[in-house]
Ligand binder design. Structure first.
Ligand code: NAP
Length: 191
């Protein structure tokens, strides 16, 4: 197939790639100084953010580190109506109704077996190692600088604004910001 001047070949090629490439997204609430957690907990309590998290992830796959999994109150875990994949180095880790994986790569491979959107949901270690697999970020940027011990990695590679909405509650101001990776231009020889 020879590409025409309108770039039809690249559309076809991109569509083919999409068919084989599952959507891997990160969903995270992060302060302006990139804090995501403090002493094993979220530094804020934002109902609208929790609602959005539920809406995005329900019916899909959530991948998380063992510490994040155990930070969810027992009565709410595994997160209902989602496939829960938990990453740990502990080969004897056992817990009912979740999939346990011993590496990020193994968790992605496992998740790819289902035809669903894959959400990496934290915490800091898993975001740090998992961001390279993500093609979309669903951020809730909480206004202000917070004290914390868990941070979100640099995400400057994600420059494409897909959606943006400002919001607030009685205690916090926040922005829902969906970002994609910068689209690289496909160059064709001789064009
Ligand atoms: N703001 C947000 O949106 C958000 C979302 C999620 C979490 N958080 C916050 O983030 C904090 C927790 O983050 P965290 O970094 O401490 O913990 P984490 O990323 O949730 O889990 C870390 C654990 O994952 C396992 N792990 C990490 N890398 C691995 C690898 N390459 N292979 C196999 N297992 C691996 C290890 O489990 P083992 O020790 O069992 O081997 C490690 O102890 C909490 O404060 C939480 O509230 C915030």
């Amino acid at each position: 197939m020879i590409p025409d001047r309108s770039g039809r070949f690249s559309d076809w090629h991109n569509n083919l790639k999409k068919m084989n490439k599952p959507k891997i997204s990160i969903v995270v609430a992060v302060s302006e100084n990139r804090v995501i957690g403090n002493k094993g907990k979220l530094p804020w309590h934002i109902l609208e953010d929790m609602k959005r998290f539920k809406e995005l992830t329900t019916g899909n796959i959530v991948i998380m580190g063992r510490k994040t999994y155990e930070s969810i109150p027992e009565k709410y875990r595994p997160l209902p109506n989602r496939i829960n994949i938990v990453i740990t180095r502990n080969k004897d880790y056992s817990e009912k109704k979740i999939i346990i994986c011993n590496s990020i790569q193994a968790s992605i491979n496992e998740a790819k077996k289902f035809n669903k959107e894959i959400f990496i949901i934290g915490g800091a270690q898993i975001f740090q190692q998992g961001i390279k697999y993500a093609n979309k970020l669903y951020l809730t940027i909480v206004k202000g600088n917070f004290e914390g011990d868990a941070f979100f990695p640099d995400y400057s590679e994600f420059k494409k604004v897909v959606a943006k909405k400002e919001s607030r509650d009685d205690n916090y101001q926040y922005t829902f910001l969906d970002l994609g990776r910068t689209v690289k231009k496909v160059r064709h020889k001789g064009s």
